[in-house]
Ligand binder design. Structure first.
Ligand SMILES: Nc1ncnc2c1ncn2[C@@H]1O[C@H](COP(=O)(O)OP(=O)(O)OP(=O)(O)O)[C@@H](O)[C@H]1O
Ligand SMILES: [Mg+2]
Length: 239
């Protein structure tokens, strides 16, 4: 079998005395859309923060494309081809949508004209063209999530981590974002690791799912398998 694009092994994270991740392991196969689900406070966002270098793990290891990235810096990990979005979209409110799209191209030193062309193409795919000269402050939270996702594509990442892309987003935008993820996966072969509470979206998008509860991996399998898993049902009911 091909080597997974991302391998997380026995990850632990303590904040002060509090154990937030208690031995989390998962493997993401290349070309897949892999879901991460689990109750509030399970440690999902913390897992992402460690994978992309925002936090350092207390122990455990992360391997991306066969190389150890444990403890490396955010910028180094991004340069290796790992992009991410945040649970609450992080965009620059005072910049226009087009300017937001161009932010990742500054350190890449991409030729300005090519960058603008690419940015405008991605904005048009997202249906945001008519807003390209509006400040991001003027768009909805859902549109900001869409913008943030398109911005990660500027750097052409091989693996994209999406943290709750559908949370608080109106149904029309959920559909658009879902289509864009599916297309980016199918056409460009990008791999996704996706945190979501929206089970219908997980069922639709993900071939593999890992379930976290209280900082541990409690189940893995297809969406249909984990949905029926007694440990998963218990974790959700108990919450
Ligand atoms: N920087 C931090 N310092 C201390 N505790 C933290 C920190 N970040 C997260 N935690 C704690 O770690 C636990 C897991 O948080 P995390 O945000 O990873 O959960 P989550 O699964 O993403 O939850 P949600 O579904 O609500 O987004 C929570 O109890 C949270 O309070
Ligand atoms: Mg979270």
């Amino acid at each position: 079998m091909a080597q997974p694009i991302l391998v997380v092994e026995q990850l632990r994270k303590n904040f002060g005395g509090v154990v937030v991740l208690d031995g989390v392991s998962l493997a993401v196969e290349r070309g897949r859309i892999h879901g991460v689900i689990g109750p509030n406070g399970a440690g999902k966002t913390t897992l992402f923060n460690i994978i992309n270098g925002v936090y350092t793990a207390t122990s455990g290891s992360i391997t991306f494309k066969g190389e150890a990235i444990t403890g490396r810096r955010v910028t180094d990990i991004a340069r290796r081809g790992l992009g991410r979005t945040f649970q609450v979209a992080r965009v620059f409110n005072e910049l226009t949508l087009l300017e937001n799209m161009l932010v990742p191209t500054v350190p890449q030193r991409m030729a300005h004209r090519a960058a603008v062309e690419k940015a405008r193409h991605l904005l048009s795919l997202a249906g945001l063209s008519r807003l390209e000269h509006s400040p991001a402050a003027e768009i909805s939270g859902g549109q900001k999530k869409l913008l943030e996702f398109m911005r990660t594509l500027m750097a052409e990442p091989e693996l994209i981590l999406l943290d709750e892309p559908f949370g608080g987003v109106n149904p029309a935008l959920v559909d658009r974002l879902t289509e864009l993820v599916l297309e980016t996966n199918a056409k460009d072969g990008r791999t996704f690791l996706l945190i979501s509470h929206e089970m219908p979206s997980v069922m639709r998008l993900c071939g593999d799912v890992t379930v976290l509860a209280a900082g541990r991996t409690i189940a893995r399998g297809t969406p249909a398998q984990v949905r029926e898993d007694p440990a998963v049902i218990e974790a959700y009911l108990g919450h």
